[in-house]
Design a binder for this molecule. Structure first.
Ligand SMILES: CC(C)(COP(=O)(O)OP(=O)(O)OC[C@H]1O[C@@H](n2cnc3c(N)ncnc32)[C@H](O)[C@@H]1OP(=O)(O)O)[C@@H](O)C(=O)NCCC(=O)NCCS
Length: 161
């Protein structure tokens, strides 16, 4: 098991292969194409401040180890949306997800965010509890929002103002 001692930093395009690997290995993660991730990471590296994306990664203090996890969020005005959070299966329940989420919350507060929103599968108890532990409340649901398998989404919101 990887301990909770980890470093959190902004992702770069060099992290793309490991981010994709983590995502592909997780059945309950949101799944994007490589091009989607490349665009978000590329935009960040260009320093275009109009495109507000935040991608944070957690890695072991010895950075030669594989990434422990990542989180992706995008701004829609003052509302930010968490698009994905994944912790490697062998590193879960060690506090890394909570630390990544709290780092993301701290970051978007500095960007004057007013809300953080997200959708999560109704059956994803681990993620729902992680978000609730960080202060998110349910703010509705979407019937049959997901497919493969069909499932409702819970809408969660953290109000920052
Ligand atoms: C959801 C996920 C990111 C949590 O990461 P994690 O590093 O294991 O979570 P943490 O160790 O920081 O746990 C923080 C809290 O979340 C809750 N939690 C996390 N995993 C849980 C589980 N399997 N069962 C119940 N509660 C869980 C607990 O409240 C936990 O606090 P506790 O350990 O003091 O009880 C991880 O399970 C994951 O990568 N899942 C697959 C991808 C996914 O579904 N992402 C969500 C997409 S919306």
């Amino acid at each position: 098991m990887v301990t909770a001692a980890s470093t959190i930093r902004d992702a770069s395009v060099r992290d793309l292969p490991q981010i994709l690997k983590l995502e592909r290995e997780s059945a309950t993660a949101a799944h994007w194409t490589e091009a989607d991730y490349a665009r978000i990471l590329g935009d960040k590296d260009c320093g275009d401040h109009l495109l507000k994306n935040v991608v944070l990664v957690a890695e072991a203090s010895d950075a030669t180890q594989p990434l422990i996890g990542f989180i992706v969020a995008r701004a829609i005005g003052k509302d930010w949306e968490i698009e994905n959070i994944v912790i490697a299966a062998g590193a879960q329940r060690a506090g890394h997800g909570l630390r990544l989420l709290r780092a993301l919350i701290d970051r978007v507060r500095k960007e004057s965010a007013e809300n953080i929103l997200l959708e999560v599968r109704a059956s994803n108890g681990a993620a729902i509890r992680l978000y609730q532990k960080s202060g998110f409340d349910q703010d509705g649901s979407r019937k049959n929002y997901y497919s493969n398998p069909d499932e409702d989404a819970l809408l969660l919101r953290l109000v920052l103002t």
